[in-house]
Design a protein around this ligand. Structure first.
Ligand code: NAD
Ligand code: UGA
Length: 448
């Protein structure tokens, strides 16, 4: 089976960059990325400087492939009809209502996609789970195809994405591994091979791992859980360092030099953020409970609890530094993105820390080099439980430069690991370094 036309449903942080790279590396394949969000698609088709996602190297890839064999469109049905292979890269947030609310993954977007594909497809399709999904979701998708389909054959593969934001393009160019799960039937293996052939255009064969569907679905959740677990482990030890006089950076280095442990993902922080770690672990916890594995569920839940504890502990330290009340104090919030080199603020620790400081009476001066003021205001509106907008609008300022944010402030918090924050000298201002960024720590320095 030689694929000539691909469609990807969902033009977000995963769909956009992954499809741009496939199009770049496979000039013979036409790739159409579709989304219901008109504004997002317009931005993908607009000036390269204003793509909807900021990722180093992304604009260059889009510049080369867009209009050649990479297209962005809102015509979902047309793209489904024409494609032989369809990626589903829609969002799978934590459920907010119904059974499993607050824990389980909300599969309504994936189910809507599957229904859409089933109703529109007039020829056989390979359908790929690119979104992160609970193990055994392929079974549910198959039920939808069987119920809603028009007699054509659908082959479901799992091909989870492991890119990290901020390094997405490099991660896609040089993936540690590409994981493809498929059925062991003849048609299943044919579909797996068709996807292997696409990745083999730039990924060495030994890095393309094929498994059954369930291993592939679960490996994605497990990988994120293991990565987050390392952060919670080191963060839990940062609290013990504080009590004992040990230094968390020295500890990370000493631990990470053991090649069996390795140095990555041992950077203590104010807590991990991002749209996936928390939701995927909660989903894993929910699945374990569903299968009656309460001890296993509790083990993984602890990773989230330590992350919440770390954010809380850091915010409380700032409040304690000012004697338990921040009324009349101005605090600069440097960094709103959940990590450096992205404009994404989903689940960013900054949202939580800023809320806690604000509710303790502080005036806030917020600065981030990439997150737009519109997004910052939306985050505040959507995630803080403040009764009236006027309550916060008068006491929060979004600054255009670091110095605007810090000049009048009594304290400065560093919440994202942006390179430019490492170079600032704050002299005698109180500095709360949630990312262990500063080497020459000054008099009023408070770390994690
Ligand atoms: P996102 O919210 O940025 O993008 C999802 C897009 O899907 C949105 O633009 C939305 O409008 C669109 N969409 C939803 N339902 C649709 C439908 N029925 N038809 C057409 N478009 C529809 O999400 P994301 O960050 O790209 O994540 C997508 C999936 O990939 C999630 O499951 C996530 O867990 C997983 N993932 C994300 C990352 C990451 O770095 N963000 C990395 C690996 C895996
Ligand atoms: C993470 C995984 O790294 C990806 O492999 C995965 O594909 C993705 O989730 C996903 O499924 O969405 P991402 O969240 O984009 O990627 O970024 P990370 O680099 O993993 O950082 C996550 C958070 O952990 C950030 O807030 C970061 O600052 C924090 N972090 C990371 C630490 O606090 N310490 C560390 O040592 C590393």
């Amino acid at each position: 089976m030689k694929i000539k036309k691909i469609c990807c449903i969902g033009a977000g942080y995963v769909g956009g960059p992954t499809m741009a790279v496939i199009a770049l590396k496979c000039p013979d394949i036409n790739v159409t990325v579709v989304d219901l969000n008109k504004e997002r698609i317009a931005a993908w088709n607009g000036p390269l400087a204003n793509l909807p996602i900021y990722e180093p190297g992304l604009a260059e890839v889009v510049a080369e492939a867009r209009g050649r064999n990479l297209f962005f469109s809102t015509e979902v049905d047309k793209a489904i009809e024409e494609a032989e292979m369809i990626f589903m890269a829609v969002n799978t947030p934590t459920k907010t209502k119904g059974e499993g609310a607050g824990m389980a993954a909300d599969l309504r977007y994936v189910e809507a996609c599957a229904k859409n594909i089933a109703q529109v497809a007039k020829t056989d399709k390979v359908v790929i789970e690119k979104s992160t999904l609970p193990v055994r979701t392929a079974e549910k998708i198959k039920e939808i195809f069987d119920r809603e389909g028009k007699g054509v054959h659908f082959e479901i593969l799992s091909n989870p994405e492991f890119l990290a934001e901020g390094t997405a393009i490099q991660d896609l160019f040089k993936s540690d591994r590409v994981l493809i799960g498929g059925d062991e039937t003849e048609s299943g293996q044919k579909a797996v091979q068709a996807l292997v052939d696409i990745y083999a255009n730039w990924i060495p064969k030994e890095k393309i791992l094929t498994t059954n569907v369930w291993s592939s679905e679960l490996a994605k959740l497990a990988s994120n859980a293991m990565l987050a677990q390392r952060i919670s482990s080191i963060n839990s030890l940062s609290a013990l360092c504080e009590k004992t006089g040990a230094n968390i950076d020295e500890l990370s280095k000493a631990i990470g030099m053991d090649h069996r442990i390795g140095p990555k993902f041992l950077k203590a922080s104010v807590g991990f953020g991002g749209s996936c770690f928390q939701k995927d672990i909660l989903n894993l916890v929910y699945l374990c409970r569903h299968y009656g594995l309460d001890e296993v569920a509790e083990y993984w839940h602890q990773v989230i609890k330590i992350n919440d504890y770390q954010k809380e502990r850091f915010a409380q330290k700032i409040i304690d530094h000012f004697g338990g009340d921040l009324t009349g104090k101005t605090i600069a919030i440097l960094g709103w993105a959940f990590k450096a080199n992205t404009n994404d603020s989903r689940e960013s620790p900054a949202i939580y820390i800023a809320e806690k400081l604000f509710k303790a009476g502080a005036i806030l001066e917020i600065f981030d080099p990439m997150v737009s003021p519109k997004i910052i205001w939306n985050d505040i509106k959507n995630y803080w439980k403040v009764e009236k907008e006027t309550d916060f609008k008068a006491k929060i300022y979004i600054s255009e430069t670091i110095s605007d944010a810090t000049n009048k402030s009594d304290g400065v918090t560093l919440l994202t690991e942006w390179e430019e924050f490492k170079k600032i000298a704050f002299l005698e201002k109180a500095v709360f370094d949630g990312r262990n960024l500063l080497k020459n720590r000054e008099i009023n320095y408070v770390g994690i």
